[in-house]
Design a binder for this molecule. Structure first.
Ligand code: PLP
Length: 386
């Protein structure tokens, strides 16, 4: 069987390291907020060239907490893309804010030339999603954000280690939000998330919000110095010691693993050049980290079912854009201002590239432990079908 991603093989490689990490945390007796989280916060933020880093429970929380810390409320709108994972939008809606979708470009990323049209008096923030491992055009996004006084939250859930003009994901906007969901480029053995920032007051506020909005406060008696006191409404979202310890063990391999992903991607690129399969385009300003290798073909569904019969498993990220989903179709489109849930707008084509792409994209097996032999089988079988 060839899986579309496989973290069991990684465990076999790192078993001793991981068991050692788990054992040392369990023996230490400190399971929440301890030395591993502190060290990981320093090392992961420094890896992403930012001054500060805050471990949280997952990336959905990272997005919600960041937006709240940046002052986004139910009166506001946040711009993002519809071609993303649901949690990008969950994170926005958790704050009470509305979502405004902008179409994608040839790189499957937010089309920076369409953002300004979507900005209005209510717009408070932009969430560029660095999808599939590739960063959005951040110069233009930051220029628009500065011009219109907007906050920028980079959704880096899929882009650990990726760069744009040599700058790491999560180091350009006000904050970067990362996921350590196990399938990710850099995954934990359970849930985990992270926020990067260069802004010290914002870092302090985010740290407070992730822990129930509490800070240490002295009691009037002078005793119990350091009891916690909520000074604002917060969340309860923590990266725990076990996952921080495992991630610390894994961090030294991250660059090597991204290089391996790029070798796999280069081979797919070469083999499918001049075929009917559309392969991903790496923007010249980017170093793509290839979280997933997303291709497109008009016979997608047939290809996928034929390959499944041969025990080669593919995936679709994402078969339904968010703007057609029941939960979110009421949000206004960026370019035509229609309300998608009104029958008269059923034919709305304001996100044409997003709509077209969802019907033909799929991803090929991509992970550092995919062997050359396995990749050759995928290539051979897929070539036979297209
Ligand atoms: C683009 C994107 N944003 C946010 C998330 C949310 O990550 P998590 O599962 O850690 O909450 C994901 C994970 O699927 C994602 O792919």
């Amino acid at each position: 069987m060839i899986k579309v991603w496989d973290y069991k093989k990684e465990y076999e490689l790192l078993r001793d390291d991981i068991l050692d990490a788990v054992d040392s945390v369990f023996k230490s007796g400190t399971l929440i907020f301890g030395p591993n989280v502190d060290e990981f916060e320093k090392k992961f933020s420094s890896y992403h060239d930012t001054k500060f880093g805050i471990g949280v429970g997952n990336c959905t929380d990272a997005i919600t907490i960041s937006l709240k810390a940046l002052g986004v409320t139910s009166n506001d709108e946040v711009i993002t893309t519809s071609n993303t994972a649901v949690p990008t939008v969950t994170g926005i809606v958790n704050t009470g804010a509305s979502v405004r979708f902008v179409d994608i470009n040839d790189y499957s990323l937010i089309d920076v030339n369409k953002i300004e049209k979507a900005i209005n008096d209510k717009t408070k923030a932009i969430i560029p999603v660095h999808l599939y491992g590739q960063m959005c055009e951040m110069d233009k996004i930051m220029e628009l954000a500065n011009k219109h006084n907007l906050k920028v939250i980079e959704d880096c859930a899929q882009s650990h280690g990726a760069t744009y003009k040599g700058k790491k994901a999560g180091s350009i906007g006000d904050v970067g939000c990362f996921s350590f969901y196990p399938t990710k480029i850099f995954g934990a053995y359970g849930d985990g998330g992270f926020i990067t920032t260069n802004d010290e007051p914002l870092n302090d506020k985010i740290k407070r919000i992730r822990f129930l909005g509490m800070e240490k406060k002295k009691m009037s008696s002078g005793h119990w110095n350091g009891k916690y006191y909520a000074i604002e409404h917060g969340a309860n979202s923590r990266l725990d010691e076990v996952h921080a310890a495992i991630l610390l063990k894994k961090l030294k391999y991250l660059d090597e693993w991204i290089d391996r992903r790029r070798v796999i991607a280069a081979k797919y690129d070469k083999e499918f050049k001049n075929t009917s399969l559309e392969t991903p385009i790496e923007h010249p300003d980017n170093k793509h980290a290839y979280y997933i290798y997303v291709v497109a073909h008009k016979n997608r569904d047939k290809i996928m079912s034929e390959l499944t019969k041969k025990d080669i498993h593919l995936n679709i990220s994402y078969p339904w854009p968010i703007h057609i989903m029941d939960a979110y179709k009421h949000f206004e489109c960026g370019s035509c201002n229609c309300l998608r849930n009104q029958a008269k707008n059923d034919n709305c084509k304001s996100l044409p590239k997003t709509d077209v792409s969802a019907n033909k994209i799929f991803s090929l097996p991509m992970y550092p432990t995919l062997t050359d032999e396995e990749q050759n089988i995928v290539i051979k079988e897929l070539k036979n079908l297209i």
